[in-house]
Write a new protein. Structure first.
Length: 406
């Protein structure tokens, strides 16, 4: 008799056509430039640390002790509290932001409930929610050029009409759109959450990297139950150390009950490692230096992207990018987006993730990883521009209208 597999997780599918082509090219010995790079450990220095300095942070004899705390080691939470100005007891340490989402879905949702997640967005939500038997129900971000991305509140109301919604997920700034939640949107989102009895889950892993906009943290929001997520992965470019955190706030006594219940969840896993928690205070001291250095690279690369693709007569448009590590480019749809992406990869050796990877509603859009070193970024930019010029027969006519809306 065949064993049963949970319906929470779909079976493994076949690789998409882009991944298949990339594997074929690599097997043939072809070099492929990943212009959508998002792994900091492949392209960034160690957060202002000298090569021998990072191991020394893990040489503390206290790392051999085991004194578990459901919320994470006190010294690590105190370091976070000194930055957030929230009480120590409002901080929880996890192994990653993904695990933080998992804990919060466990805390807030019964099987069959829903959380509202942004589109465009990162496809991981479907898996994280599905593994908790929760529906990831989308709401829309809408783009109007050159103003940028804005919350489509009608889509939120439509999603709420489906019932059983327990939380509203915000990414501040969003990945991959790079859009912050502005002050007017924040006030309206809080009002909706209060009206509907929703919790806010706000992912702020890219908040330190402002580009063409300004962001403000949701940490300390008191009107509704709010959980802000962050971690070492983006803020210090150290995903391999596996440490994330949750900052909880909201009205009493609802917050007190939430904290007590979340402690039960976290105590069931105790997944954050002692060495990285002990090292967190020293690591956090390096955060501002890392953000400043990386921010200079992000701004430089975004500037080069605009200078190269927004010249008079260009068929390309760089979307407004308020923050984060990724820029989106709208390019002429000479062929389908998938065919364009395959052509870039096959002919130019350039991997650029197309917009449908992030559920953009129309074509053709491609992503550029602003964290790339300058030389690699410029090489990819040249390949991208030259390939589209050849694809369009050398035409320099504007292929885009004055207004673009997603």
């Amino acid at each position: 008799m065949r064993p049963h597999f949970s319906s929470r997780l779909a079976g493994p599918g076949l690789p998409n056509s882009l991944s298949q082509l990339r594997s074929e090219l690599l097997r043939e010995g072809r070099a492929v430039l990943d212009w959508s790079e998002s792994n900091p450990r492949r392209v960034l220095p160690l957060a202002g640390l000298e090569g021998e300095d990072l191991p020394s942070l893990f040489a503390d004899p206290a790392n051999l002790a085991y004194a578990p705390d459901p919320r994470g080691l006190l010294r690590a939470r105190e370091a976070l509290a000194s930055l957030s100005n929230l009480p120590v007891e409002s901080h929880f340490l996890s192994a990653s932001t993904s695990e933080s989402y998992s804990w919060l879905f466990k805390l807030l949702c019964d099987p069959g409930d829903a959380v509202l997640v942004p589109r465009p967005g990162y496809p991981l939500f479907d898996y994280l929610a599905g593994l908790e038997a929760v529906e990831a129900r989308p709401w829309r971000l809408e783009y109007v050029h050159p103003g940028g991305w804005r919350v489509d509140f009608d889509s939120i109301e439509a999603a709420l009409a489906g019932g059983r919604v327990r939380a509203l997920v915000l990414i501040n700034p969003n990945n991959p759109t790079g859009s912050f939640i502005n002050e007017a949107e924040r006030a309206e989102l809080v009002r909706i959450a209060a009206r509907e009895g929703l919790a806010l889950i706000v992912d702020e892993v890219f908040l330190s990297f402002e580009l063409e906009g300004r962001g403000r943290s949701f940490a300390g929001e008191e009107t509704v139950l709010t959980f802000v997520l962050d971690g070492l992965s983006k803020g210090l470019g150290l995903p391999q150390l596996k440490l994330g955190w949750i900052l909880a706030s909201g009205p009493r006594p609802l917050l007190d009950e939430a904290l007590a219940r979340l402690e039960i969840v976290s105590d069931s896993f105790l997944s954050a490692g002692t060495p990285v928690m002990n090292a967190l205070p020293a690591l956090l001291e390096r955060g501002p230096r890392f953000a400043a250095a990386l921010g200079a690279r992000l701004r430089r690369n975004l500037g080069e992207l605009r200078r190269a693709l927004e010249i008079p007569g260009s068929p390309h448009r760089v979307l407004r990018c308020e923050g984060g590590w990724t820029a989106l480019i709208e390019s002429p749809r000479y062929r389908s987006e998938e065919e364009l992406a395959l052509g870039l990869l096959r002919d130019a050796g350039l991997w650029s993730q197309p917009g449908h990877f992030f559920d953009l509603e129309r074509e053709a859009f491609f992503s550029a990883g602003l964290i790339l070193p300058e030389a690699a970024f410029d090489e990819g930019l040249g390949r991208y521009r030259d390939w589209f010029e050849a694809e369009g027969g050398g035409a320099s006519r504007p292929a885009l209208g004055p207004l673009s809306m997603l």
